[in-house]
Design a protein around this ligand. Structure first.
Ligand SMILES: *[C@@H]1O[C@H](CO)[C@@H](O)[C@H](O)[C@H]1NC(C)=O
Ligand SMILES: *[C@@H]1O[C@H](CO)[C@@H](O)[C@H](O)[C@H]1NC(C)=O
Ligand SMILES: *[C@@H]1O[C@H](CO)[C@@H](O)[C@H](O)[C@H]1NC(C)=O
Ligand SMILES: *[C@@H]1O[C@H](CO)[C@@H](O)[C@H](O)[C@H]1NC(C)=O
Ligand SMILES: *[C@@H]1O[C@H](CO)[C@@H](O)[C@H](O)[C@H]1NC(C)=O
Ligand SMILES: *[C@@H]1O[C@H](CO)[C@@H](O)[C@H](O)[C@H]1NC(C)=O
Length: 474
């Protein structure tokens, strides 16, 4: 009897304490943490930046580093105050005139996987903060799923990471933004990453999006970058500065400047989309060893390269667009290339590469792709070796509205391809080279510009104009 009484009392008291605890602490979905690199107000154990419990009016000093802000954010996730699956984190940098101390980890937020939305921004939209990664030991920020399947914090409305007005400097080979999330699990709850006026200097790995495990989901991550400036990359990594897997990528009004790449493309995108748009500029970029500026694998649908200016560059290939039909997500692809300007460039040759061309398209065989190219202006472009403008290998292609500039000695190199060409002109001395291909020109105002004397560079090919076979060696 006595024991029962004690037990009941114990439960009553526990319940009372419990209720009191709930009453004094409020669950919340959003926290804002302030970072001020110049603050001198002390704090301990990363207790800085802001409150975790919205009912507690304690005032915390600003965090002095991104490391402390990241730790504080994780304290919130572990505090029991967070509502799983809807946590919203804002990290706001104030007083940006002062750059952070360079002590490696201070520049790192770490893994913020538990949040559904992470906004990292500068309090005013007119200034930028500089985050120096000289001594960094890991990423600036990552979203990395733990090795436990279907862990909590699978956000029902997707995951979003936004970075605005931050300049990253001296990150060397360290990847600045890294995500490793289960794309299949999240296939209905997409991931989005936004860069707005993000600048980088001396940083060779800007973003790396990887699926957790081996499963990709076509276009399950949206990446959008606008107003970016990417400067002074000097990389010998095989990892491209922009590396996307399973992403729909749109880079808008951004600049790629003063860089050298020895062992990778500038941008790689597989199983998704790639778009480069609106007055984007590529200036003074050197890419060695035959790597293209953009390489895509198994991307589909419509994608656009519009309003791109390439100046003072040295490279062999702008675009390598491949389809290996493993994981090929879409039956067709339509690259739209327009308002393209080339000036003062050196296009090198790579005679070991059978697709030795400026634009190369491979293996769209049991599918069809349409290449829509218009308004390519080229001035003072030096082209070396037997370079062709377009390579079509194992493709079934419709090509519209292009003029192949006569600076390219060969118009198209084609292998095992069917090419349906309309409204186009080929000014190269050798319009077609290669083997085992069919060209059908239809209602073309320009075919008089084809140099028919050199059709025989296309071994086993058939060429017809408006239904008339003009060359047949098939
Ligand atoms: C508010 O939070 C501070 C620091 O965590 C704590 O010391 C204090 O007891 C809390 N106040 C209330 C009313 O819960
Ligand atoms: C994880 O969740 C998905 C979707 O709800 C489900 O299909 C799968 O079986 C789950 N896996 C495990 C290991 O629980
Ligand atoms: C960066 O990576 C390249 C290629 O792996 C290597 O040669 C170079 O030493 C690395 N740089 C640093 C600072 O680690
Ligand atoms: C090209 O692809 C289209 C659409 O899939 C198909 O109808 C046509 O027969 C193909 N042509 C050749 C020559 O493969
Ligand atoms: C270009 O191709 C022709 C014919 O195949 C070959 O004779 C010549 O050596 C090549 N030139 C270069 C620079 O590779
Ligand atoms: C066609 O090519 C041949 C050989 O390269 C060249 O001699 C000739 O001038 C070209 N014809 C025209 C009309 O450009």
């Amino acid at each position: 009897m006595k024991t029962n009484f004690l037990l009941v009392s114990f439960f009553a008291i526990s319940l009372f304490l419990c209720i009191q605890n709930v009453a004094s602490q409020t669950l919340s979905t959003a926290i804002t943490l302030i970072v001020d690199f110049g603050s001198s107000t002390p704090y301990v154990n990363s207790e800085c930046g802001g409150i975790l419990d919205s009912s507690n009016t304690t005032i915390y000093p600003p965090c002095k580093s991104f490391k402390d802000a990241g730790n504080r954010a994780r304290q919130y996730l572990n505090s029991g105050l967070a509502i799983p699956n809807s946590n919203y984190l804002t990290i706001s940098v104030i007083n940006t005139a002062i750059t952070p101390n360079i002590d490696g980890e201070s520049a790192q937020l770490g893994n913020l996987f538990g949040f559904c939305t992470v906004d990292i921004l500068i309090a005013t939209t007119t200034s930028r903060a500089i985050v120096d990664g000289t001594l960094s030991t890991s990423h600036f920020v990552s979203l990395q799923e733990p090795n436990v399947p279907n862990t909590s914090y699978q956000c029902s409305s997707g995951k979003t990471l936004r970075i605005r007005n931050i300049e990253f400097k001296n990150w060397g080979n360290q990847t600045i933004v890294y995500t490793n999330l289960n794309q299949v699990f999240n296939s209905l709850t997409k991931q989005s990453i936004f860069f707005t006026t993000v600048y980088t200097w001396f940083s060779n790995s800007i973003i790396n999006i990887q699926p957790k495990g081996t499963n990709f989901e076509y276009g399950s991550v949206a990446f959008q970058c606008s107003g970016g400036y990417f400067n002074n990359i000097d990389s010998s990594l095989t990892l491209p500065p922009f590396n996307f897997n399973g992403a729909n990528v749109a880079i808008i009004g951004s600049r790629f400047l003063n860089s050298i790449l020895n062992s990778s493309p500038f941008i790689y995108s597989s199983i998704g989309l790639f778009n480069l748009k609106a007055t984007s500029l590529i200036d003074n970029v050197v890419i060695n060893n035959g790597h293209p500026f953009v390489k895509t694998l198994n991307v589909g649908d419509n994608f656009y390269y519009t309003g791109v200016r390439i100046s003072n560059c040295i490279f062999s290939k702008f675009l390598q667009h491949e389809n290996n039909q493993i994981n090929a997500p879409r039956e067709s692809a339509i690259p739209h290339i327009s308002l393209f300007q080339l000036s003062n460039n050196i296009i090198t040759s790579n005679n070991d590469d059978p697709t030795n061309s400026f634009f190369s398209f491979q293996n769209y065989q049991n599918a069809e792709y349409t290449l829509s190219i218009s308004t390519i202006n080229s001035e003072n472009v030096q082209v070396f070796g037997n370079k062709s403008f377009i390579c079509n290998q194992n493709g079934n292609t419709s090509i519209y509205g292009f003029e192949i500039p006569n600076t390219f000695p060969i118009g198209l190199i084609t292998q095992n391809s069917y090419n349906n060409i309309a409204e186009s002109g080929v000014f190269s001395d050798i319009p077609f080279a290669g083997i085992n291909s069919i060209f059908e020109f239809n209602s073309i105002p320009f075919y008089s510009t084809l140099n028919t004397t050199n059709f025989n560079y296309c071994d086993s090919c058939r060429i017809s104009i408006d239904g008339q076979v003009v060359y047949d060696n098939l």
